[in-house]
Design a protein around this ligand. Sequence first.
Ligand SMILES: Cc1cc2nc3c(=O)[nH]c(=O)nc-3n(C[C@H](O)[C@H](O)[C@H](O)COP(=O)(O)OP(=O)(O)OC[C@H]3O[C@@H](n4cnc5c(N)ncnc54)[C@H](O)[C@@H]3O)c2cc1C
Length: 466
Amino acid sequence: MASGVYRAIIRFMSETSSHCTAVVGGGLAGIVTALILARRGNHVTLIEAADTCGGLLQSFHNDDGVPFDYGTHILKETGIAGLDELLFGDFTADDWQWLDRLRVGGYFGGELYPTSQFVDLRKLPGSLRQKAAEELLALSSNQALPAANARAHAELKYGPTITNEVLEPLMGKLYGCPLSQLEPAALALVGYSRFILFDRERTRELKKDPVLDGKLGFTTWDDGISPLMNFYPTSAGVHIWLDALLNRLRDLNVTILTGTSVTGANIDGQAVRSVELSNGTTLQTDELYWTVSPAFLLKAAGRPFPQGINPPQFRSTALVNLVFDRNFNTDLYFYYCHDPQRLTYRTTFYSNLRSKDRGSAPYNCTVEVMSDEATVTRPDLSQQLLTEMRAMNLVGPDHRVTYQKVISSPKGFPLPTTGYARNSATLAGHCEGLARNIRLFGRATGKTHFMHEVLAEIWNALEPAA
Ligand SMILES: Cc1cc2nc3c(=O)[nH]c(=O)nc-3n(C[C@H](O)[C@H](O)[C@H](O)COP(=O)(O)OP(=O)(O)OC[C@H]3O[C@@H](n4cnc5c(N)ncnc54)[C@H](O)[C@@H]3O)c2cc1C
């Protein structure tokens, strides 16, 4: 925690600094950008379109005060010492638990296994499993990668059996389109980059080969422990991190404008000089940091949309938040459902995850669904997911739901098609070319997705010598 003297110095620097920066987007990317810049004494204005900051890092509480997260649950170190110190250095044992291994499971082949999140292909019928293993081992080089689309990528990396029998149906469930329409990175975004095919000892041996290491998952989370620590609150939702980061921004004198967006960008010669805001004011700025869709920036700058760029298609999501009257039949923190016939993508069991009163009431969980709009807005969605939980024996026939809230997002996230990846790169290039003092981070670049990647991208750009 910054000392009072340090805070006073920073406050003095930012009050007297003539260097003004505008950061657009009040999600994690914008908040961390603002934090790094404000610590240098810049006068920073953070501009967030919604009524509250936080994006996917928010949580909500039901009437009984039970917390549920909106997006990201578990935080993970980036491996960059200065950045990790900035983000997690003031965590206390009262509020946070350090998780060096995550109790995570998977469901595949009609079975829930509490040992790994990867698809356990040993549950395939014998001849298919044998074929999948032979093909994967034969493809012992990654030289032909990268490929043009997710299907070509999967065939080159894993072979036709895993591609056709496993990935086509699983990715079809999550993204609603064939692999050939998706960019290669779409596989890793939903965790389909490694598979379990062999027993524990053979897997450990094979994973000594760097190429096979990228294709095979350990059979248990007890193997291959990452040196990077994970964190989750001891009793609250992940929003306490967000609250702490926003408090630090306030301490650093950052102006936080919510319910506000950029309607115009005044570019004079090679530089942005000011931005027009939806609240009718003009903000002078020496630098503009953009962490949301670059399409908004082009529009604000009054520049024509590049030819041939179509708007993205969206995949819908639903968060089905449930409280039960008794404990779950599992002690997993979360698990991934690799069953193409079931709607569940991932379920997080908060009562197993929190360390204060672990396994005690309230017995709450969030089931995440990625599907089409009609499915995520179905009135019987939570009933359907309860049926799935019972079928997978996560709860029994006697478990009763005491609270439920479905949060459906018809425009959940842009579908990572090959066209979307190309368009994002083109749009980002156009925006970066608008002026020398514009920088794009996070989803504006289309290059990073996971939280730790976004954070590392920002840190490496703003603190290159650190
Ligand atoms: C469905 C899904 C699941 C994910 N799961 C994980 C996971 O398990 N682990 C992980 O590490 N990462 C996960 N991610 C990625 C992770 O959420 C992001 O890396 C992280 O949230 C990045 O934050 P952000 O600021 O870029 O975006 P966001 O959190 O989306 O924040 C963007 C903010 O910008 C605001 N905004 C939008 N448009 C404008 C505008 N025009 N003007 C001003 N403000 C605007 C929004 O209101 C929002 O507050 C997931 C992402 C999605 C979509």
